[in-house]
Design a protein around this ligand. Structure first.
Ligand SMILES: [Zn+2]
Length: 375
């Protein structure tokens, strides 16, 4: 089938190379059947100017075997106050603007950015969270947070900004993309706006928000700590419904590597995020395709064609006369996500050391075989 494309990854370079580099992150992508990615700009320095974009693209050109695109910040250093160097980044091909990791704090600044950058054909991607409501961002507010005695982050902290940012885009005539939606009501908010049809809104869902709930945290397992947090079974079901219905245009992993040391801290101190590039396709097959919840057509559309389209790239297809960008997926084989299997520098995933149905056996781009397994 066509190779996948992930529009939401954290490659941590520059600044956090112990967690991941562009080299290791892009090898992790290939290992999972993905041949193109969009980096988030919450590096150090943040990707908020032409200078940093140029550095990142230069490193990618030297160290990655697949195309690595980068988003740029909406605001300087993602502080939510002053506009980033938007036109300089545009000149280097940046299309997506986001302060991912945080919401763009000041709505007036975001509104102004939308009015300005839309003329350049750029679009906005929103990490949705009211920081005052989200508290220490540890986990969903509900039965589990009460039991663990940790202040939770209620789903409304996310839903308020989903609505705020779509309204801003509606008023500014901008394209808004809602990132990593975790709540059912968040999905319904996006559906409502899409049904109106008078604002360009797209949205993504991450495999972990379809698969896990806050109950999985169990004994404070930090591999289940991410932002937005895991919520409830009803949210899982609502998100799956939204994916099948097409409320979600994309599947994206929010691949967020952290070192074992960082993740071994207590639940509140440990950083948010799990890795996803190497586990996404196999886990989507194991849990959803093999069980008949949805077909490969959905996976190819939502994890290959649509993310490329959002980035202004042509969808890849397997046809005579078309360039080769494909994977072979063996449905009869299995994959165990051991430390040795993983190419990412970090293995902070709850799927570590577990075995799943399916295996990415070949990744091919043009004449180059980027990965071969089980032959
Ligand atoms: Zn985020």
């Amino acid at each position: 089938m066509p190779a996948m494309f992930d529009a939401h990854v954290h490659f941590r370079e520059p600044g956090f190379e112990a967690k991941e580099t562009i080299a290791s992150g892009s090898e992790a992508a290939i290992n999972g059947g993905i041949t193109g990615v969009v980096m988030m700009p919450n590096t150090r320095p943040a990707i908020d100017s032409a200078t940093v974009v140029a550095t990142v693209l230069e490193i990618a050109k030297k160290t990655s075997r697949i195309p690595v695109y980068t988003s740029g910040c909406v605001t300087k250093d993602r502080h939510g106050k002053e506009l980033a160097g938007i036109d300089g980044m545009k000149n280097l091909g940046v299309k997506m603007l986001t302060d991912d990791g945080d919401t763009t704090g000041d709505p007036a600044v975001l509104f102004r950015a939308m009015q300005y950058a839309t003329e350049f054909g750029m679009f906005f991607a929103s990490h949705c969270e009211v920081p005052e409501l989200a508290g220490p961002r540890a986990l969903n507010e509900g039965a589990m947070s009460y039991r663990l005695g940790i202040k939770g982050s209620p789903a409304c902290a996310e839903e308020i900004i989903i609505d705020r940012d779509i309204r801003l885009a509606h008023a500014a005539g901008a394209h808004i993309h809602i990132q990593h939606v975790s709540s059912k009501l968040g999905m319904e908010t996006i559906r409502w706006w899409k049904q109106r049809g008078d604002v360009k809104v797209t949205a993504e869902v991450a495999p972990h928000h379809l698969l896990f709930t806050d109950e999985d945290i169990g004994d404070f397992d930090t591999n289940y700590k991410m932002n937005p947090p895991l919520r409830t079974k009803a949210d899982n079901e609502g998100l799956l419904e939204g994916l099948i219905e097409g409320v979600f245009d994309l599947i994206a992993t929010d691949h967020a590597p952290h070192t074992p040391f960082e993740k071994s801290q207590d639940f509140i101190s440990a950083p948010n995020g799990i890795t996803g590039l190497e586990t996404a396709l196999v886990s989507l097959y194991h849990y959803f395709v093999a069980t008949g919840k949805f077909g490969w057509d959905l996976v190819v559309k939502r994890y290959s064609a649509e993310p490329r389209r959002m980035m202004g790239l042509p969808a890849v297809s397997i046809e005579v006369g078309q360039p080769v960008e494909l994977i072979l997926f063996d449905t009869a084989a299995e994959t165990t996500f051991t430390k040795d299997f993983m190419k990412s520098k970090s293995q902070n995933t709850p799927l570590i050391n577990q075995t799943f149905k399916g295996s990415v056996d070949l990744v091919m781009v043009g004449d180059a075989i980027l990965l071969e397994r089980n032959f």
